[in-house]
Design a binder for this molecule. Structure first.
Ligand SMILES: Cc1ncc(COP(=O)(O)O)c(C=O)c1O
Ligand SMILES: [Zn+2]
Length: 419
């Protein structure tokens, strides 16, 4: 229906603005507002659940795009959600699910927003796309741009893990390693986009990243309905009680909130899950604001091993805090040690290999479960937002050393196997 400023509530005709509400400099992030009656006229939970489109495009009628031909052809989204029986039993949780978004084409959740932004760029006839990124958003945009044959310019901190930089290069993006933090890379990208007219995907600036990120919530509720067959018959999907997700800029959790709000407004789910935002102790600006009872974010100097959530000034922090508060969720902080310990636990317990920022969400669940904050029968979803191969150095720290032996059976016989 229109774009709406999340600060002042002013509305604008679709596509009349490219980025933010002009009344607040670069801070007036826009929400996409839909005509829910119209969506209910053209589609339904059953119709979507019968779709053979195994990607985010199964939700086409809930996305702000016009031409199906503009959508990148890579298979983005519709990632597996596993019932985590083994880890659930360890934690005393009967209904634990792990959504593995490391299974996306460039191996992170960021493929969702980048696919939607590239589709929008094509619709608008943009010639170059750009973004600042701690690594994953850039890799995702580079991949989607390669699929759509649009040039991409990506700004990442010089310190980004090598695998992520390699992804940017292999997809053919123009890669700029910024001598500075992610926050500085963001400002530079914004300035470059204004100077050169490149289409900017920056988080909390481009309104369509949130629309891509909401698709994770749509999938969670649709996939849970498969576990609750009566709900589909009931013309409904199924919302979990809590969703654990790690928070850097706060755009993923804000996007998940948006997806849930869309589903609730459509009448396709019966309740809003509590959103559990997990931050690293050394990068906890959203947690701090939530704890202080405000949604004004104060910048901090961020330091965490989880590079994807190493953010001093969360660009979408206000929405992240609102998402948690409005759903009666909580923010949780976890130490780098806890993040590293959670990686092998998740990999050995459920065979899902998470990068540190993604492992943080699971570490947050462990902490909440230990503090007895969760009822055993609650339906819990942990979103694993990036694959562990993205940052092999950290994974090696968490995994321990391999054993080197001489190539003889004698050498092997001298070893002790304790299984
Ligand atoms: C793997 C991973 N997890 C979590 C996040 C956090 O998302 P957001 O910055 O939108 O809060 C990111 C963002 O880069 C990420 O790449
Ligand atoms: Zn405004």
């Amino acid at each position: 229906m229109h774009l709406q400023c999340t600060l002042c509530g002013k509305t604008y005709a679709p596509d009349s603005l490219k980025y933010v509400c002009p009344d607040h400099g670069d801070d007036g992030i826009l929400d996409v507002v839909y005509d829910y009656d119209e969506i209910n006229r053209v589609t339904s939970p059953e119709k979507i659940s019968a779709s053979r489109e195994n990607s985010i495009w199964r939700y086409w009628d809930l996305l702000p795009l016009k031409n199906r031909a503009d959508a990148p052809t890579l298979q983005v989204g519709w990632t597996p959600m596993y019932r985590a029986k083994f880890l659930g039993a360890q934690l005393g949780l009967n209904n634990l699910f792990i959504k593995d978004d490391g299974r996306n084409p460039t191996a992170s959740y960021k493929d969702r927003p980048s696919a939607v932004v590239v589709a929008k760029a094509r619709e608008l006839g943009e010639r170059v796309v750009t973004t600042a990124s701690s690594g994953n958003a850039g890799a995702a945009l580079a991949g989607m741009a390669a699929s759509a044959h649009i040039p991409a310019v990506i700004f990442v901190p010089e310190s980004a893990p090598q695998a992520k930089i390699t992804q940017l290069l292999i997809y053919g993006a123009r890669v700029l390693l910024v001598r500075g933090t992610y926050d500085q890379a963001s400002d530079l990208c914004l300035a470059a986009s204004k100077e050169f007219g490149w289409y900017c995907r920056n988080t909390a600036y481009n309104p369509y990243t949130t629309e891509g990120k909401k698709t994770g919530a749509l999938e969670i509720c649709e996939q849970l309905a498969f576990n609750q067959k009566s709900k589909i018959e009931n013309r409904k999907w199924f919302a979990p009680d809590r969703i654990f997700v790690s928070v850097g800029d706060g755009n993923i959790i804000g996007g998940i909130w948006k997806g849930l709000r869309d589903l609730y407004a459509l009448g396709w789910i019966d309740k809003m899950p509590k959103l559990m935002g997990v931050q690293a102790e050394g990068s906890a600006a959203c947690y701090n604001a939530w704890k202080a009872g405000t949604d004004e974010i104060t910048a901090i100097e961020a330091h965490t091993i989880a590079d994807s959530i190493d953010v001093g000034l969360p660009r979408d922090g206000r929405r992240a805090v609102r998402a948690v508060r409005a759903t009666n969720g909580e923010f949780i902080t976890v130490s780098d040690e806890e993040i590293l310990q959670a990686m092998p636990q998740l990999a050995r317990g459920e065979a899902v290999f998470a990068e540190p920022a993604a492992s943080a969400a699971y570490a947050g669940l462990l902490k909440a479960a230990r503090a007895k904050k969760i009822d055993r029968d609650e339906t819990i979803v942990v979103v694993i937002t990036g694959n562990g191969l993205k940052d092999v150095k950290s994974a090696m720290r968490a995994a321990g050393e391999a054993t080197v032996i001489e190539p003889t059976l004698d050498a092997l016989k001298r070893m002790i196997f304790d299984f």
